[in-house]
Design a protein around this ligand. Structure first.
Ligand code: ZN
Length: 171
């Protein structure tokens, strides 16, 4: 008798333990055991959230990079009055020229044209910057050649030769 009691008490405790576990034994209604375990549902939800967050972050990042690109356009500007040159000046896209010269406070900064010619008909890697009014042609103060809007560079072989000279320290 006493042995039997302990046995049934043990099986009661067993049942209690099993019920608290996520996995149910073969005992009991089969309906609930066919549902996917809670852990699986939870991990699917978490995974979905992570993917969503990643996509969101990627989009946000791309937008930010795009706006950075818009703002990082660098141009070389020249003061049309003093001739002061601002190389690689950061200019916002679609801005109206002239811009204010940060040194003098006058609104006289315009995009500069590059002349890469030397007086003896060779090319130089570092150009002379020239202020050219729209639609006009201005004589380069260094080589005397006419400089126009979107001034064309010397032929590429001359530019490469100029780069070689610059890297060799000859300027
Ligand atoms: Zn020149």
């Amino acid at each position: 008798m006493a042995q039997n009691q302990t046995e049934s008490l043990g099986s009661l405790i067993d049942d209690f333990d099993r019920q608290s576990e996520p996995k149910k034994g073969s005992r009991g209604g089969g309906g609930s055991s066919k549902l996917p375990p809670k852990n699986v549902i939870l991990s699917v939800v978490v995974l979905g959230c992570l993917i969503g967050a990643a996509v969101f972050a990627a989009r946000a990042l791309r937008t930010e990079v795009g706006s950075l690109e818009r703002w990082s356009q660098e141009r070389t500007l020249i003061d049309m009055e003093t001739g002061e040159v601002f190389e690689d000046y950061r200019v916002a896209d679609g801005v109206a020229f002239p811009l204010e010269n940060p040194n003098t406070g006058t609104v006289t900064l315009l995009p500069a044209e590059a002349c890469n010619w030397t007086r003896d008909g060779r090319a130089k890697w570092d150009p002379t910057w020239v202020y050219v009014p729209v639609g006009e042609s201005v004589e380069c103060p260094d080589c005397g050649r006419p400089v126009v809007g979107r001034n064309p560079q010397p032929p590429v072989e001359l530019m490469l030769e100029a780069l070689d000279r610059k890297e060799a320290g000859g300027g």
